[in-house]
Design a protein around this ligand. Structure first.
Ligand code: PLP
Length: 370
């Protein structure tokens, strides 16, 4: 039996999610903008999903649906920087969909300041404070790292930003945190929060951006005026309804079981293979990043796949690139980076034989002479 341990890349769409979505393909397939009653009922389902996701984020503000978190992040960088004279502050720990947008601003001549990470993968607060000033217009810090699972304290960071630059927008990429790590956007001082359905048992191609009340972003997509004019394009109704359903399921997951699986894998790999763990004291229980210096992670991944154990190599999107920007920013050596694997858990793993998986991983690592 295959054991899938790359849930930070994507998750299997949950059965209850697919079941809920099916109606919107087979019966309630109407365009939610149409004026007849069956279509209005479809529009009502979108509003229900919006309200449910908003409640999970602590209430207040509004959720706008997009095609993916990459779109949500791009929207923020496209529209959140109004003043070309100001500066933008971004952490070195961001996913490519933030980092590359920051690079695009740089190319347009906007000053972008990159904040260092500490060795545990969280934002270096001293460096963060040095980089913010009264001209800062946008700040972006990932909530939970897709590479290591390190969790940043958004409340402390946003407070520091508002003290120095009260008008700056504070954005966070919440893709790996949603449904897994509690967040109250309004209370935590967050202005914009990006999300994606397929990391929590929803389907690919559905994302969202939470926007604090009183903030208006210029639309990225213009057209029919859907999403209150903020994001045109006929809504992915089934995907949106499925997103809310998936979030409810993940929210009620027994996180302690996931944490126990992570601890078992971590302890076994430390004891048997002397791996070094890339983690912070506040780490997601869903992600375990370990380095095995001297071992080529791609080869390890391939050998494990032959044994039907699927693991990741840092970020899936970056896995074709040789370097790993985030581990590099954490000060890891080249041999650590080349030997880094990411084992990430999901709800499905609760039924899996994690003991077998970890023994296979340890055995494979040992076959490299470790
Ligand atoms: N942000 C983070 C932290 C991610 O892990 C990912 C997915 O890999 C994304 C953004 C992009 O999400 P999507 O696939 O919905 O564009």
């Amino acid at each position: 039996m295959m054991i899938y341990l790359d849930n930070a890349a994507t998750t299997r769409p949950l059965d209850n999610v697919l079941q809920r979505m099916r109606t919107f393909y087979t019966q309630a397939y109407f365009n939610p903008s149409a004026l007849y009653t069956p279509a209005s009922r479809v529009a009502d389902e979108i509003e229900k999903a919006r309200a449910e996701i908003c409640t999970e984020l602590g209430g207040g503000g509004k959720v706008f649906f997009t095609s993916c978190a990459t779109e949500s992040n791009t929207w923020v960088f496209h529209s959140g920087v109004k003043n070309k004279k100001g500066n933008v502050v971004v952490s070195m720990g961001e996913h490519a969909s933030v980092y590359e947008n920051a690079q695009a601003l740089l190319a347009k001549g906007i000053e972008v300041r990159f904040v260092r990470l500490t060795a545990d993968g969280t934002v270096d607060i001293q460096d963060f404070l040095r980089k913010i000033d009264t001209n800062t217009t946008l700040v972006s810090v990932i909530h939970c790292s897709n590479e290591t699972g390190a969790v940043n304290d958004l409340r402390i960071l946003s407070k520091a930003v508002k003290n120095i630059a009260p008008r700056a927008l504070f954005h966070s990429d919440g893709v790996q945190a949603l449904g897994k790590i509690d967040v109250h956007c309004d209370d935590a001082g967050i202005d914009l929060y990006s999300m994606s359905a397929h990391k929590i048992g929803g389907v690919k191609g559905v994302g969202a951006l939470w926007i604090r009340d009183g903030i208006r972003l210029q639309p990225l997509l213009l057209g029919g005026g859907q999403e209150s004019g903020a994001r045109s394009g006929t809504e992915n109704v089934a995907g949106i309804v499925g997103f809310a359903e998936a979030l409810q399921t993940y929210r009620h997951t027994d996180v302690e079981t996931i944490r126990a699986m992570r601890t078992t894998v971590k302890q076994t790999l430390c004891d048997k293979c002397n791996v070094s763990v890339n983690e912070s004291t506040q780490n997601s229980p869903f992600i375990l990043s370990v380095s095995v210096p001297g071992v080529r992670a791609e080869i390890l991944q391939r050998k494990l796949a032959e044994r039907e154990i699927l693991i990741g190599l840092g970020s899936a999107c970056a896995s074709r690139k040789k370097n790993n920007r985030v581990l590099e920013a954490m000060g890891r050596s080249m041999s650590h980076i080349e030997g880094s694997i990411r084992i990430s858990f999901g709800i499905d793993n609760m039924q899996d034989d994690i003991g077998r998986a970890v023994n296979e991983i340890a055995d494979c690592i040992q076959s490299f002479g470790r």
